[in-house]
Design a protein around this ligand. Sequence first.
Ligand SMILES: Cc1cc2nc3c(=O)[nH]c(=O)nc-3n(C[C@H](O)[C@H](O)[C@H](O)COP(=O)(O)O)c2cc1C
Length: 129
Amino acid sequence: MRQYIYISTAPDLSRSEIDLILASCSRNNAERGVTGMLLYNGRNFLQLLEGEQEDLMWVMRRIASDTRHSGVSKLEDIYTEERACPDWTMRHIRLVDDVDARQSTLEAELPDALDPQLRRTILNFAALN
Ligand SMILES: Cc1cc2nc3c(=O)[nH]c(=O)nc-3n(C[C@H](O)[C@H](O)[C@H](O)COP(=O)(O)O)c2cc1C
């Protein structure tokens, strides 16, 4: 099984557009056995996806050709025995407005089983403005 993290750019997506994305996630990810989380800071997405390689590539092909965002860039792609987010078809984590408080509030929401390297990558993203 693999865990994959990418970032992308999508200035000013509305809450309802994000809800549409999440609806696609629950439609497709459950069927493909893909789990993970999605963070949005008002300008950039970071998404963690986990699942079997073939299923991840199926989802990533769709995501990469989605015109709602651009500049999709891979940050992490690691082998794992176990999922960090087995119960989340796609958890949307809202980043709090106060950038200084983001890392500590996010830390409390990240799953315990998350690989330390992936945790650092996600927390670094949260600190960006
Ligand atoms: C930042 C971002 C993350 C997305 N994540 C997923 C995802 O995890 N799974 C998924 O099926 N679609 C995801 N999408 C949507 C896909 O790009 C695509 O619109 C969708 O898979 C189409 O499927 P549908 O016809 O069932 O809605 C994402 C889109 C964006 C912009």
